[in-house]
Design a protein around this ligand. Structure first.
Ligand code: CA
Length: 295
């Protein structure tokens, strides 16, 4: 072998060693990236976000937070009849949007919308205060919300998932605890940033839920997957309950910018006809976690 050939062979050998070592490094980092902030396996399409505890759903670039599997007390012993009885519900792990779905995210989906409040087409229309990218999409029917979720590869939360995301496991009344609502925690009637409009979805960090989601109380009501059944709590299954099937009304949760402070309770079960649109109703979406084998 000529000296130049020997140098070439040596170089090729070094390149091979570098490539093997490099591919090992990539594989190791892939393994790390496939686990979330809680050590849980990440669903395809999910990445850790740039801030501790936050996740990025790559399809719609939404920020999500993690709700671990386990039980929580659902319902209220002191609220209206449809919130009783308090009963233990066990849910699998899931991720829920940190924020209400915004107009910016709706635009990313390519689904139709109208800039004019007077547009006669059956699509989400601008509210009187106009379309602002950082504010929640409104005037959406339950079907519109589902269409967005399908596009994003996500789904609407069940009523139980919404309530656990808002209350955690200690039976609190509001996302932040049992203290009475205030305008730094939630957007409801009289809020200075929302007298004639919704507030940005990033509003009210002091009102974060135990898992870090914002505006589960207030700003806009949020569609859930469930058909509204007044007596559902009396006979619902203990694991991953959801009321499916036909029914005129779907469940809405959390209160809204134009409504009273009483509507902010995290156990309150509001409902509306599936095809209705109002400027105080929006939604957020969820992604199921990956179950881990016991032990
Ligand atoms: Ca809300």
């Amino acid at each position: 072998m000529k000296p130049s050939s020997r140098r070439l062979a040596t170089t090729l050998g070094l390149v091979l060693v570098w490539a093997l070592a490099g591919s090992g490094t990539v594989a190791a980092s892939d393994t790390t990236a496939a686990r979330g902030w809680h050590g849980e396996p990440l669903p395809a399409g999910m990445e850790r976000g740039s801030h501790q505890g936050e996740y990025l759903w790559t399809r719609d670039r939404s920020v999500m937070v993690y709700v671990p599997a386990g039980p929580f007390p659902m319902g209220s012993a002191t609220g209206p009849a449809d919130e009783r009885p308090v009963h233990e519900v066990v849910l699998g792990a899931y991720y829920i949007d940190k924020y209400e779905t915004s107009w910016l995210e709706w635009k990313r989906s390519g689904l139709p919308y109208a800039d004019s409040p007077d547009d006669p087409r059956p699509i989400p229309r601008a509210p009187d205060w106009g379309i602002h990218d950082d504010q929640p999409v409104v005037n959406v029917t339950w079907g519109d919300a589902r269409a967005y979720a399908r596009w994003a590869g996500k789904r609407l939360p069940t009523e139980a998932e919404w309530e656990k995301a808002a209350r955690g496991t200690d039976g609190r009344k509001y996302p932040w605890g049992d203290e009475e609502p205030s305008y730094d925690r939630a957007v409801y009637r009289g809020h200075p940033a929302a007298e004639t409009s919704t507030a940005p979805v990033s509003c009210c960090a002091a009102g974060a839920s135990p898992y870090g989601a914002l505006n589960l109380a207030g700003n806009v009501y949020e569609w859930c997957e469930d058909v509204y059944q007044r007596d559902f709590y009396a006979h619902s299954p203990a694991r991953n309950p959801v009321a499916r099937g036909e029914g005129p009304n779907r469940v809405l949760r959390g209160g809204a910018h134009v409504l009273e402070v009483e509507d902010l309770s995290s156990t309150l079960r509001y409902r509306l006809r599936t095809g209705d649109r109002t400027p105080y109703i929006g939604f957020r979406t969820v992604v199921s976690g990956i179950p881990e084998p016991p032990g």
